[in-house]
Design a protein around this ligand. Sequence first.
Ligand code: 5GP
Length: 349
Amino acid sequence: MLSSGDACARFASAVRDMAVGVDVHCHINGCVRDDTLLELASARGLGEEARALVLDAPRDLMSCFEIFKLIHEVCTTREAVRRIAREVVMDFAADGALYVELRTTPKNAPERGVTKDSYVEAVLDGVEDACGVGGGDGTGKITARVILSIDRGRDDTAAKINETIELALRNRHRGVVGIDLSGDPKAGSWDMYEPALQRARDAGLGIAVHCGEVANTEDEQRQIISWAPDRLGHCVFTVRDAACYDALRASHIPVELCLTSNVFTKSNESYASHHFKILRRDAVPLCICTDDTWVFRTTLSRECAIAHTHFGLSLEDIRSIMADAVRFSFVETPVKTKLLARIQGDTAS
Ligand code: 5GP
């Protein structure tokens, strides 16, 4: 008899074989390969520290953020950033993805000769190594685009926030398509970010905002939803507050759902009680994403298998959710059309 683990693995394998995966919410430095992280950490004498970071039990979001300190410490050289961006894209391709929208926070590491400009350049070089010029045109095995993140914990002045917008605008020709607001959800306030995000939106960049990741942020959630970003990340606590949830439903903003991430960080008690179920019941637009494959020890095909196991999604449901994810993505329209045609096979896009 098949165990539920076997059934889950078989479904994940079938998802990989379909090769229709689309992930629009994954943070590059949360998706570093085990071997790469250990190699880079060991070269800096931090191998043991890196090994100790592998999570074997759930931790809250804030302690997960601690992990990024060491990852950033060992991964922020131009060579490493380029390698990691390439490997992340290749790993998604091996997992059956045909489009990935990677997000990352531009960083300065003057002691290693890294500026925010050269960091972004290295990310885009890595994406090009994996996908070809500009991250590909929708016809290759995998196409990728990049979103630049504003880190609520660190980008604490208008100048720093605006610098990220400028960097994104300067690098559009190489595949930067949007801006994300992420990092410590308790740091900063929406009023600080809104003017810069508005400027980015006016200039044609897509905007994705992490929303409702922690409790007691209802006022901010309502502000964010009424500003209407193109996509919202997580929305765990949005669903738990009637006024916020009404606003979300009325807005029709697509939600990027990261099942394992939310369960691992104890934002959701279990997969079975994940708000995926409520959003799907209420026909809220949604997509399935990984967030941080390394931190949460997952893959996109595994997340799909979890949705199958706990919410009864079929392979055709997965195909349809992936087609929606392309529609919600920030990639240029001609590429979107090609990707949709590939996902839908003979069905009209
Ligand atoms: P990076 O931007 O360095 O490529 O990826 C790691 C960064 O992404 C973290 O330092 C953090 O700012 C952000 N990040 C990763 N996962 C999450 C998450 O689940 N929630 C939020 N708010 N930010 C995250």
